[in-house]
Design a protein around this ligand. Structure first.
Ligand SMILES: Cc1cc2nc3c(=O)[nH]c(=O)nc-3n(C[C@H](O)[C@H](O)[C@H](O)COP(=O)(O)O)c2cc1C
Length: 167
């Protein structure tokens, strides 16, 4: 898929078929995440993969969007590794770029996914549940799988509303 087409047609997918996502496919998605730019190339991301039904259930209890996580054959939990921190704002921006790379790759591979941020309200509990190393701070969960719903139309405000000035 062409990059511009992928950017334009990606939509959040929140319902999935039960089909497994092969490890090879997951690796392609994660690697795309790691090709995101980062300040000083510090690559501050860390991932935990959730496939186990019991773990999926425990994780889903920590967000009101738990149903999405339960339906997804796999979720990628994305952390900022603060031990690698270079500049907090820039590190978080890099994680955002990493997340978008993964969402675009998921879409380009014919799969669907959604960025779940609501779970951040329980970031300490998630870190505890997944026993991540000290300094790893939850940034988002990406639930993914084969889409079981057509993509929404999407909506964006007119571009002119986002442009403050042209000098
Ligand atoms: C930082 C961030 C947090 C988000 N959190 C959630 C969430 O908790 N639950 C959810 O269903 N979607 C979540 N989304 C997805 C947005 O709702 C979605 O991207 C937006 O409505 C635009 O729709 P689209 O992705 O289909 O273009 C989040 C997206 C971002 C970037």
């Amino acid at each position: 898929m062409e990059t511009l087409e992928a950017i334009r047609t990606r939509r959040s997918i929140r319902k999935f078929l039960t089909d497994e996502v092969p490890d090879q496919t997951l690796n392609i998605i994660l690697e795309a995440g790691t090709w995101a730019p980062s300040g000083m190339n510090n690559q501050p991301w860390k991932f935990v993969l959730i496939k186990d039904p019991k773990m999926k259930e425990e994780l889903s209890k920590l967000t009101k969007y738990g149903k999405i996580i339960s339906l997804a054959p796999v979720s990628i939990v994305v952390f900022l590794d603060n031990t690698l921190s270079y500049d907090r704002v820039k590190d978080i921006q890099a994680i955002g770029a990493c997340l978008q790379n993964m969402l675009l790759t998921i879409h380009a591979l014919g799969l669907g996914g959604v960025w779940i941020g609501e779970i951040l309200k329980n970031k300490e509990k998630v870190a505890q549940l997944l026993r991540v190393p000290e300094g790893c701070e939850l940034m988002a969960v990406v639930a993914l799988g084969k889409p079981a719903q057509p993509p929404g139309l999407g909506h964006r405000n007119p571009l002119k509303d986002a442009i403050i000035a042209v000098y």
